[in-house]
Design a protein around this ligand. Structure first.
Ligand SMILES: Cc1cc2nc3c(=O)[nH]c(=O)nc-3n(C[C@H](O)[C@H](O)[C@H](O)COP(=O)(O)OP(=O)(O)OC[C@H]3O[C@@H](n4cnc5c(N)ncnc54)[C@H](O)[C@@H]3O)c2cc1C
Length: 446
């Protein structure tokens, strides 16, 4: 398996420590694949995408898919994220989408993203998953004085083009609503999406998949995909799986060669999270943040944060460049500095939890949801640009339909995956992009 980051990022021998892992009592251990097995459809990767695909295949198409994960369900980003189930998934600017594909295609893609949020809500409801949900929509906060005018224009466009319910708040209005902490100059509320405990959600999906007849195998890394007559043979250390169709749902944890058509398609990037101890009511009052609204800022290297129902504050950052030894300490220190700069009222508050995970960027800046070129019967479902709670949950179901010959994709996601130019230099390019973003964003907390 050829991978882009240091081996530490892919060490499946233990569960990464996180507040989410500690918030659930038990994590089921699914047995490894043993011996030689057959399946109509195989899925690689047991996060939201793979589990969504498995549920769709079992419930809608009556197949009995086999799901293989190098670790266990939820070990990847699906058990580590910020829990924002919201619109997103693409980094292609709206104006570019319209210029290249037209307004109809942009609106169709927007409906896909709204449907993705509904898929998460429906999953929670249908499978009885208790996931500590909160927040009606999300808040985008202007980090520059001029940012409020830009948010006003954005709100108007979102309303007109996509029928989104939006509300723009000045700095004093933010303070009135208990969202006045920090150094922000105003905000835009978009009434779409909600927040959840990502680990409870992914484990609930795994439970539902097991109940629907999906065979889930943990500790079963697929080390090779080979042609076997008209079928495919997936090799794992404990056994092989012969199958007619394969869905690859490995996102930020993808390998360049599983399948080889993925070479140069994905650029994994680190995202990291701090979680505070429970905050005292007086601390919420003095710092000026009492709202349960999930929020992020307008920086390119954005911060995302929310006050959780348990009274702890989650604070997420982008921007780490290495998963090697010692890197976690540096990223943690950077995240802590940024937390204190943005929320000086909580500079004394301990942040006992910190962890990181990999998200996936793609050469097209849009999710990849398509047959792998030159690899008939293999479907790629990945690349959500750090926004896969909703998008991945929904894309998995759409990928399952595609595997069964039904195309429910929006036009924007029908293109073949585009490779990054100079794929060997992807991490170098990321370093340069981060430096440029940091310059453009300006100092944190200013
Ligand atoms: C810190 C952090 C914060 C984030 N915050 C948010 C957020 O608030 N909102 C949001 O929408 N998104 C967020 N994201 C992104 C989101 O978590 C991901 O987009 C989403 O979880 C992707 O789901 P997935 O199922 O496609 O992939 P993952 O959940 O990453 O699962 C991939 C799985 O593939 C398995 N795998 C890889 N290779 C192989 C192989 N060869 N054989 C077998 N198995 C293999 C891995 O073990 C892993 O379990 C965040 C991500 C991180 C890391």
């Amino acid at each position: 398996m050829k991978r882009l980051y240091e081996p530490e990022a892919y060490d499946t021998s233990y569960w990464p420590e996180s507040f989410w892992r500690a918030s659930v009592e038990e994590v089921p251990e699914h047995p490894a694949l043993e011996g030689d097995r057959e399946a109509e459809v195989a899925i690689i990767g047991a996060g939201y995408t793979g589990l969504g695909a498995a549920l769709e295949l079992a419930e809608r198409y009556g197949t009995e898919p086999v799901l293989l994960d190098a670790a266990q369900p939820g070990w990847g980003a699906s058990g580590r994220n910020g829990g924002f189930a919201c619109i997103g998934g693409s980094k292609l600017p709206d104006a570019t989408v319209i210029e290249r594909h037209g307004l109809d295609a942009a609106q169709e893609f927007h409906r896909f993203q709204r449907a993705a949020i509904d898929t998460v809500a429906d999953n929670l409801d249908r499978y009885g998953i208790e996931a500590d949900t909160h927040s009606e929509g999300e808040l985008c906060l202007a980090h520059r004085p001029g940012g409020l005018a830009e948010l006003r224009a954005e709100a108007e466009t979102a309303r007109r083009r996509y029928g989104l319910a939006t509300e723009v708040l000045s700095r004093p209005e933010l303070a009135e609503r208990g969202m006045g902490a920090g150094t922000f100059h105003g905000g835009l509320i978009t009434r779409a999406g909600f927040a959840l405990n990502p680990m409870k959600y992914v484990l609930g999906l795994a439970r539902a998949a097991g109940a629907a007849g999906v065979a889930i195998h943990g500790q079963s890394p697929v080390t090779a995909i080979r042609r076997d007559g008209a079928r495919w043979r997936l090799e794992t250390p404990g056994g092989t799986l012969r199958t007619g169709r394969v869905i690859v749902a490995t996102n930020g944890y993808s390998s360049e060669d599983i399948p080889p058509a993925l070479a140069g398609v994905v650029l994994p990037a680190l995202s990291s999270i701090l979680v505070t101890r429970p905050l005292e009511p007086a601390e919420l009052q003095t710092a000026g943040w009492r709202s349960d609204m999930m929020a992020y800022d307008t920086r390119r290297l954005l911060h995302y944060f929310r006050l959780m129902p348990c009274g702890r504050f989650l604070f997420g950052t982008r921007g780490g460049l290495s998963a090697g030894p010692g890197a976690a300490r540096q990223v943690r220190a950077m995240a802590r500095r940024q937390f204190e700069a943005i929320f000086p009222g909580w500079a004394h508050v301990e942040t006992p939890w910190f962890w990181s995970g990999l998200v996936a960027l793609t050469g097209s800046l849009t999710p990849v949801l398509t047959a792998a070129p030159g690899t008939e019967g293999v479907i790629l479902a990945l690349g959500y640009h750090g926004n896969g709670v909703a998008t991945g949950s929904h894309a998995g179901r759409v990928a399952a339909a595609l595997a069964m010959g039904e195309d429910r994709r929006p036009a924007l996601l029908r293109a073949a995956p585009r490779r990054f130019p100079l794929p060997r230099l992807r991490r170098t390019a990321l370093r340069a992009a981060y430096a440029a973003y940091a310059l453009r964003d300006g100092p944190v907390g200013a």
